[in-house]
Design a protein around this ligand. Structure first.
Ligand SMILES: *[C@@H]1O[C@H](CO)[C@@H](O)[C@H](O)[C@H]1NC(C)=O
Ligand SMILES: *[C@@H]1O[C@H](CO)[C@@H](O)[C@H](O)[C@H]1NC(C)=O
Ligand SMILES: *[C@@H]1O[C@H](CO)[C@@H](O)[C@H](O)[C@H]1NC(C)=O
Length: 237
């Protein structure tokens, strides 16, 4: 007799726990509304997994936070390096970005240059070129036949060279033309990276009329629904 009561009780407790775990200040309903909003800036429009403007942290991934500057240019930081976001291709999950510092010339103030491999992966069709700065051998200051020297003080950390930047260049355009103007133009065109986020979970969420978000605690895509009688979240381990 009791055996039928216990499963019910444990389910009840489980449900209670589910509700208690819902992130503090915003209710599920608020999150549904907030995460339904898109980031809009210039010609760029972005939903999940991006954050920024009206999209709070629970709507996406911390590393994919967008900003809109006063000129309606979308930017984002990847490991502290500022990038301009030129295009967001939702369907293929590809981002076209260009280093913001190369917009002002070939001497970037920062040489850090690592992509988070958990978030981004390279897209086929690019070849990587490395620009080195502050090398003891002046001829290798920039990779290529033309030497290029940065102003004094514009050096990053390093041993043989003070710093280096690896930039993907489309194979069709490589090797790049080794003159400053052409190279700067090339870099402004940017390059593509693919973001690696569980998009199947998000499509599933969309099919069930929810809106996608991200649960920091479980590091998984989650789904927010409007109203109180939302379908329970599927928790898998
Ligand atoms: C930026 O976009 C907003 C909204 O579309 C527009 O009202 C504003 O004039 C734009 N600003 C510039 C500098 O283009
Ligand atoms: C590298 O940077 C250090 C410190 O800024 C500087 O003293 C040195 O001259 C630089 N080396 C080269 C080869 O530019
Ligand atoms: C979800 O699906 C609807 C209908 O197909 C579509 O209009 C909407 O843009 C989708 N939303 C997201 C966040 O993908």
């Amino acid at each position: 007799m009791n055996s039928s009561v216990f499963p019910f009780l444990s389910n009840f407790v489980f449900l209670l726990l589910l509700f208690i775990q819902i992130p503090s200040s915003l209710s599920n309903d608020d999150l549904f509304t907030a995460c339904s909003k898109k980031f809009e800036c210039g010609g760029i429009s972005a939903g999940f997994p991006f954050l920024g403007a009206d999209r709070p942290p629970a709507c996406g991934i911390h590393e994919l936070e967008l900003r809109c500057n006063e000129k309606n240019i979308t930017t984002m930081k990847i490991n502290q390096v500022a990038y301009r976001v030129l295009k967001i291709n939702r369907e293929d999950e590809i981002l076209r970005i260009a280093r913001e510092d190369y917009w002002v010339g070939l001497c970037p103030p920062q040489y850090m240059n690592t992509f988070n491999p958990q978030i981004f992966e390279p897209v086929d069709g690019y070849k990587f070129y490395t620009f080195t700065y502050g090398c003891t051998d002046a001829s290798t200051t920039i990779f290529g036949p033309k030497a290029f020297t940065c102003k004094e003080g514009e050096n990053g950390p390093g041993e043989l060279c003070n710093g280096s930047v690896t930039v993907p260049v489309p194979i069709k355009d490589s090797p790049p033309v080794w003159n400053t103007v052409a190279l700067e133009e090339q870099l402004k065109n940017g390059f593509e990276v693919r973001w690696k986020v569980d998009s199947e979970a998000c499509r599933e969420c969309n099919r069930s009329s929810g809106v996608c978000g991200f649960n920091k605690v479980t590091s998984q895509t989650t789904c927010y629904y409007p109203g109180m009688h939302s379908p329970p979240e599927i928790i898998s381990s």
